[in-house]
Design a protein around this ligand. Structure first.
Ligand SMILES: Nc1ncnc2c1ncn2[C@@H]1O[C@H](COP(=O)(O)OP(=O)(O)OP(=O)(O)O)[C@@H](O)[C@H]1O
Ligand SMILES: [Mg+2]
Length: 150
């Protein structure tokens, strides 16, 4: 892969956040910037630096659909973490869904879970992401959320 220019400070900070997750302290971290500035490239480089035997990597992405698929990126994360189908829980209750997702990710800790492009997220995904943010600290899991801020 081509080298990223002028991203060492950001990468060093993100690697520190993942290192804290290895010690059991999780975090939700936001990667914001205008279209094309390099958000995806940054999280891919982070993955390449930290993921492997020691740190599991999961990813989910939002898509520019006129009607976004409910929980689309969180379903992707849940399935990637071997949790199965999040919708099969048969519950729309925020805490139930959040707990299931946190359990699945927590079992794979230390882990880096990326949610790409939340500017396209459905409202339920946004709401749940806020719930997850408040509960992820006790797990060795980093959620990195990217979005366009323009
Ligand atoms: N730090 C960098 N140095 C050099 N090239 C870069 C850097 N960051 C990104 N690029 C290049 O810029 C282009 C856009 O990057 P990327 O897809 O990561 O942006 P993005 O912020 O995720 O865009 P979008 O908002 O569309 O998702 C890619 O071709 C990528 O290789
Ligand atoms: Mg991108």
């Amino acid at each position: 892969m081509e080298r990223l220019l002028e991203r060492e400070d950001e990468l060093a900070r993100l690697v520190e956040i993942v290192d804290a997750a290895r010690d059991g302290r999780g975090a939700l971290t936001l990667v914001a910037g205008e279209a094309g500035i390099g958000k995806t490239s940054l999280v891919r480089e982070l993955r390449d630096r930290v993921a492997g035997d020691a740190v599991a990597f999961f990813a989910g992405a939002c898509e520019p659909l006129s009607v976004p698929a409910p929980l689309g990126p969180l379903r992707e994360l849940f399935e990637a973490a071997d949790g199965g189908d999040l919708l099969a829980l048969g519950s729309e209750d925020r805490l139930t869904v959040a707990r299931a997702l946190l359990d699945a990710l927590g079992r794979r800790a230390p882990a880096l879970a990326v949610i790409e492009d939340v500017h396209w997220a459905d409202p339920l995904t946004l709401e749940l992401t806020r719930v997850l943010a408040r509960r992820i600290e006790e797990l060795g899991v980093v959620m990195a959320v990217t979005y366009r801020d323009d």
